[in-house]
Design a protein around this ligand. Structure first.
Ligand SMILES: O=C(O)CCC(=O)C(=O)O
Ligand SMILES: [Fe+2]
Length: 368
């Protein structure tokens, strides 16, 4: 594929990037995928398959935790929007998402202090279920997130090369490691409740940040990505791979070279005996980055700009994150969270809550 629309999501073998004889091929394939698709599968990554399998084995037990334990760690307790969200609590495009989830992030001490921009409170510690209820889970997930973060850190340097920047071409978007936090979720999509019940696992949306690394943690289909013509293309689980996609922040930062591609999840059909599970990992950029400011402007070679122009514009019915043109990245993310989880906002960000929900608490979040 050199340009034009896509009808499947390419699979890239990450081990090719790590060997000098195949690196150039990997970089060329990555450039095509980033510009023309915005989605790819990554096989043969350094993330331990045993550790990944161990995370997958824990997932049913998480969702089977006693209701009072889920309540104890619900997101409403956390100014960092981390914790448990019950089934149907989020809306995308005005419709409830048929999923239940735990938001869990990489280790981080909150660095916000009085007088700082409010968005610095967005990052802080996760809420973990009690160790005796799910022994070993926290340690396993923390190790997994650590490995996926390393993969993402390294992947970004290869991506920078692929789009014609040096390997450090995107590093100015990140703070030092101790100032960064990356977020993950463990998500359950049960089968549709009836033959004509909603199958919106999650409605069409873009991710916010630079890079998402998604583990499809069961063998259910359901994830779909939207091509330039607006058709929905299946991204079925491929064993031993991660799905990688790009968010609105990198699309803005790269002058639309790297595509943020709209995607959605269709729930398993009514009667499917097991739920679909997934574990997305959202690799963030620094909270204070203002993508539209000259300090963060990037210069691209003509050949890469030409490949972007050959692709053309996409049509999409996704919502969200248009504010990167004017606001700090942390603020854009905070607004996204406020809209998705107004109950959390009402408790921890009362001013913002009033601005976005002047009529008080809606029954559900209103956007993703
Ligand atoms: O569950 C999935 O496969 C995708 C989830 C997703 O797109 C998201 O939460 O942003
Ligand atoms: Fe997503």
């Amino acid at each position: 594929m050199s340009s034009g629309d896509f009808s499947s999501v390419p699979i890239l073998d990450y081990s090719q990037a790590l060997s000098s004889s195949t690196r150039a091929k990997f970089i060329a394939d990555l450039r095509d995928a980033a510009i023309n698709v915005g989605f790819l599968y990554l096989s043969h990554t350094p993330v331990s398959p045993e550790l990944t399998q161990s995370v997958i084995s824990y997932i049913p037990a998480m969702f089977n935790l006693p209701e009072d334990e889920k309540e104890r760690i619900r997101m409403r307790n956390s100014p960092h929007f981390l914790g448990y969200s019950k089934f149907g609590a989020e809306f995308t495009k005005g419709q409830a998402d048929m999923r239940e989830q735990f938001d869990i992030a990489t280790k981080h001490e909150c660095q916000w202090k009085e007088g700082d921009p409010e968005y610095r409170r967005l990052w802080g510690p996760s809420q973990w279920p009690a160790e005796d209820l799910i022994p070993g889970f926290q340690k396993t997930l923390e190790s997994y997130l650590d490995q996926v973060q390393h993969l993402a850190d390294e992947f970004v340097t290869i991506l920078a090369e692929a789009i014609g920047l040096g390997p450090d071409g995107l590093s100015k978007f990140y703070d030092t490691a101790e100032k960064m936090q990356h977020r993950s979720k463990v998500v359950k999509y049960p089968a549709a409740a009836g033959p004509s019940a909603s199958t919106q696992g999650v409605g069409p949306h873009y991710d916010a940040g630079f890079v998402t690394i998604l583990l499809q943690a069961s063998d259910h289909e359901g994830l779909q990505v939207q091509n330039l013509q607006g058709q929905w293309i299946d991204a079925k689980p491929v064993p031993g791979t991660f799905v990688v996609n790009f968010g609105r922040a990198i699309e803005f930062a790269t002058q639309n070279i790297v595509r943020a591609t709209s995607h959605r999840v269709i729930s398993p059909a009514h009667g499917t005996p097991t739920p679909r599970y997934s574990v997305p990992f959202f690799h963030n950029i620094g909270l204070d980055v203002r993508i539209a400011d000259p300090a963060w402007k990037l210069e691209f070679p003509q050949s890469v700009l030409a490949q972007r122009d050959a692709r053309g514009q996409h049509t999409s019915d996704s919502v969200n994150f248009t504010e990167f043109g004017t606001e700090a990245s942390g603020h854009v993310n905070l607004i996204g969270r406020v809209k998705s989880h107004p109950d959390v906002a009402q408790r921890h960000y009362p001013e913002l809550f009033k601005r976005y929900f002047p009529d008080g608490l809606p029954e559900h979040g209103v956007a993703y």
